[in-house]
Structures are given as C-alpha cells and as structure tokens.
Write a protein that binds this ligand. Structure first.
Ligand SMILES: Cc1cc2nc3c(=O)[nH]c(=O)nc-3n(C[C@H](O)[C@H](O)[C@H](O)COP(=O)(O)OP(=O)(O)OC[C@H]3O[C@@H](n4cnc5c(N)ncnc54)[C@H](O)[C@@H]3O)c2cc1C
Ligand code: SF4
Length: 456
C-alpha cells in the first residue's frame, strides 16, 4: 500500500484539473444571460456581496457592450474581482440572493458574467484607475495575499508608496498556494497579481518573512524596523498553520496536512505529487473538500471524508459537497479520528462513532463519543481540521490577540499605534472576498491615520 504517483496520463491530469466553471463560449451567450437580469432596485445580490459590488450596474454595462465600464464597476469595489469570480462560494453570496431563486428559476450567473468582464480587463491590461500624485507617504504591508493586495491597491491609488513583504516567492497568498487548482491556475494568479501592481507605486519584496532572519545571518524584517521606516504598517499574514489532530500515530509516514498537500499540487507537476490509493480526509470545510477532490483527481482509488458532526452542521456549502460526491468521494458523518495505526507508514484510521448531544444554552448540539469505533484501511490520511494563526509570531510582536488571531479595534488598528491588520489573520479564516473587503477597510483607516501628518 505504498504511496504512489504518476497514476494517470498527461491528458487525464489535464482533464481532471481543467477549469471547473468554464467561461461563456461566445459574447452572445453572455448577453443572453445579462439581459435576463431584472436590475433590481436595492439589489439583494449586491447586499450579499461582502465587497458590495454594484452587480446590476456591471451587468447593465455588459448589455450595452461597455465591457471596460463593467470591469471598472467591479474593480472599484473589488480589485480581485477576477479571482473572486472563480473562487467565491456564490451560492451562499450573490447568486444565492438573486431574486430569480424566489421564482424557482435559475439565478443570474453573476460570477460567470463578472469573469467575462474582468478576464477581458486582465487579458488587455486595461488599467482602469489612475494613481494620484505621490503623497510622499510610505506604508509597509506584510503578506501579499488578497487582504494585502487589496489594501495596497487602494493606498497606491491615493498616491501612497507601498512595499509588500512576502515570505513566499509568489504573490496571491492562498489564492496562489491554497485554493484548488481546478478553480484558479497558478498562471491566472500571477496575472492577477501583476495586474494589481500594474497601477504603480506597489513593490513586492519576495522571500522576506516577518520575524525570520535572512540567509547568511543577515537580519530579517521586524515589526520595529517596519514601524521605524514607514508611516504605517498593515499586517495581512493570514492563518497558515494546520491544526493538529492530537491523536496517536499522527507522525506516521503518509499523514499529511491538507495545506501542504494542496501547496504541493499547486507547485509541482501533478504526476510528481504523492497520493495514496486509499485516502482518508479529516474535516468537511472548503480545505477538506479541495484536498479530497484533488486526491481523487490525482488518481486515488478511494477517498473517504470523515466529519464529526452531521451534514446539517457542515462548514462547506451544498455545492462544494456535491463536487466531492460527484468526484466519487465517500462521506462518513458523525465520526471522529481516534488513532492512526501502521508500521512506520499509515495502514489504518480508527474512528470513534459520534452522536449529537443535548442542545447547549445556544441551542447547539455538540457531538459526543458513543464509545463505539470503526476502522478504515488507508495508506494516506489528510488532515483538514482547520488552520491556526501564527500565535508565536503575533506574541513576539507584542500584538493583542485571541489565541493568535489579531485583535483590532473599530478603526482596524491593533494595540500598537500605526499598525493595522485585516483578513484571515484577524477573522481566523473566511473567504477571499472577505479578505479583499478587510484590505479596503484597512487602507481607509491607514489613510485617515497618515493624512493628518501630511497637513502638518
Ligand atoms: C485550502 C483552502 C482552500 C480555500 N478555498 C477558497 C475558495 O475556494 N474560495 C474562497 O473565497 N476562499 C477560499 N479559501 C480561503 C481564502 O483563501 C482566504 O480567506 C484568503 O486567501 C485570505 O486572504 P489573506 O490575505 O487574509 O491571507 P492569505 O491568503 O493567507 O495571505 C497571507 C500572505 O501572507 C504571507 N505571510 C504569512 N506570514 C508571513 C510573514 N511572517 N512574513 C511575510 N509574509 C507572510 C503568506 O505567505 C501569504 O502570502 C481557501 C483557503 C484554503 C486554506
Ligand atoms: S438579484 Fe438577480 S435579477 Fe436582481 S439585480 Fe441581482 S442579479 Fe439581477
């Protein structure tokens, strides 16, 4: 039951990892859908978009062949509108709120229309915003993920010089390193980052990690240094560490963190990624779904997802669960990992059978162990039980936090004056679109903070 790779042909890998939501094939197809929009007053789709994109407006602009204007409307609210059109769980956001749902008719394919306009803007490098004259102000951002990039773009537009310090060798954060390859390709992520910095005034310094020294004993970046050299600092470091299961056998060969597994898929040729024959995935969030479906698409024979609660409490959406089911993944509800067994390598996963307990004061029923167990024969276990923040780093920086999640006030400020924060590092892990909005909020707060100095 050794872990194998190179299971499929190049064509099969290509097919398995091709775009899960293909774009409109023709302009007319986009027009037909755009013309179905009722351009609702007080549009519920806009209200349910965390970045408040004026959806009826951008759709109207498509119907009048004003594609540039349409892309401008989207980017004005969400500079990662192209990426979001591919990765947003729209079924619980804009499309889930479209009034057509109430008429039992298909919702307007808002994401597909958004992709239609924004992809054209990226392909043609339409820079739709002009950078204001330089203010001479400098802001350091740590992390080139959605929150950092969105903050940078707003600041750059306002004439602030931005330097982003990023520990990886590419920008985009989890868009580039975490989200399933069949949603966004590495090339798309690179194009999107290039488009965002294309406005000017944004420099990304790669392979620079806050709190870590550079090779050859050179001192790396510290918060104190950034505070000294810049007018303000924005921390957008996300949450990067996989939560451990804390059960026996976790260190056996073949036990893998979902983030590490997905990172490898994003950065290695598919045929070089090791995947088991019988894989168990622990968890039922977006990360678990992405890990399970990609394990299947890499050629695993059997993938079983194990979740300790019931379907009603699952953190992923119905659409995501359907993707896993359509890919042939097995689902076991009310099961918690108890022990991983093997001789050097994983051979079995022992799970406790759970049941829902009595409701607590909030009405929530937590799973309780029934005392019974069952065993799965597996050669790989992928842990996707959530991510935890960089607690040690946050504490080293003397930043107020809640178990590593940064605490900010209503002005997006941390406890340290001039140091702001947002995105997953603050909310503990939501969606790309939430991080983009956090970046906008952070930029607004920073502008308020540095502007009075400009008038001194
Ligand atoms: C597997 C997985 C799948 C997901 N799928 C989806 C999806 O389909 N749709 C969706 O909307 N959301 C999805 N998400 C969530 C989404 O990716 C995040 O909410 C979003 O990327 C958060 O943006 P951020 O900028 O706050 O953090 P991140 O994207 O994590 O970016 C943080 C950046 O900071 C850098 N960094 C960290 N520490 C340091 C340091 N010390 N010094 C310098 N740089 C540092 C990191 O390298 C990274 O580039 C998924 C998440 C995961 C893990
Ligand atoms: S709710 Fe649907 S129909 Fe109404 S504006 Fe939004 S997309 Fe158009």
């Amino acid at each position: 039951m050794a872990i194998q790779n190179n299971r499929l042909t190049a064509e099969q890998y290509e097919q398995n990892f091709s775009d899960i939501h293909p774009p409109f094939e023709t302009h007319n197809a986009a027009l037909v859908e755009a013309n179905r929009c009722l351009f609702c007053y007080d549009a519920p789709c806009t209200k349910s978009c965390p970045t408040s994109i004026n959806i009826p407006k951008f759709i109207k602009q498509i119907t009048t062949e004003n594609i540039k204007g349409s892309a401008h409307t989207i980017f004005q609210s969400n500079i990662m509108g192209a990426g979001c059109s591919k990765v947003c769980p729209v079924e619980k956001l804009c499309e889930g709120s479209c009034v057509y749902n109430l008429m039992d008719e298909p919702a307007i394919p808002i994401a597909k229309l958004q992709r239609y306009s924004t992809e054209k803007a990226l392909a043609n490098n339409w820079q739709l915003f002009e950078r204001k004259k330089s203010t001479g102000k400098k802001v350091a951002i740590v992390g080139a993920g959605p929150a950092g990039l969105s903050c940078a773009h707003v600041l750059a537009r306002e004439g602030v010089d931005v330097t982003i310090y990023e520990k990886e060798s590419k920008g985009g954060g989890l868009m580039t390193y975490g989200i399933a390859a069949y949603k966004v390709t590495p090339q798309f992520c690179e194009d999107e980052v290039n488009y965002i910095v294309g406005i000017g005034g944004i420099e990304i310094k790669y392979n620079q990690e806050l709190g870590k020294d550079l090779p050859a004993g050179r001192q790396g970046i510290t918060l104190a240094k950034l505070q000294k050299n810049y007018d303000s600092v924005y921390l957008a470091i996300g949450v990067g560490l996989a939560r451990q299961l804390a059960i026996p056998g976790e260190d056996l060969e073949g036990v893998e963190d979902a983030i590490k597994f997905i990172y490898e898929i994003r950065n290695t040729k598919y045929e070089k990624v090791n995947v088991g024959d019988k894989v168990a995935v622990i968890g039922m969030g977006m990360t678990a779904i992405d890990a399970a479906t990609q394990a299947k698409r890499l050629g695993a024979n059997e993938v079983t997802m194990v979740y300790r609660r019931t379907e009603n409490e699952k953190p992923c959406t119905d659409v995501e669960l359907d993707i896993a089911k359509l890919d042939g993944c097995n689902i076991i509800w009310l099961a918690a990992p108890k022990e991983i067994k093997g001789h050097g390598k994983v051979e079995q996963l022992v799970c406790s059978k759970m049941q829902l307990g009595e409701p607590d004061a909030s009405g929530r029923r937590s799973p309780v162990d029934t005392g019974e167990t069952f065993t799965l024969n597996v050669d790989m276990v992928i842990k996707a039980a959530g991510q935890i923040p960089y607690e040690a780093l946050i504490k080293d920086c003397a930043l107020n936090n809640n178990h590593g999640k940064l605490i900010i006030d209503a002005n997006q400020s941390t406890n340290i004056k001039g140091v702001f924060a947002g995105g997953d590092a603050v909310n503990g892990g939501k969606e790309v679109v939430d991080a983009v909005q956090a970046g906008k909020d952070g930029a607004k707060a920073i502008l308020n903070y540095i502007m009075p100095q400009m008038h001194e």
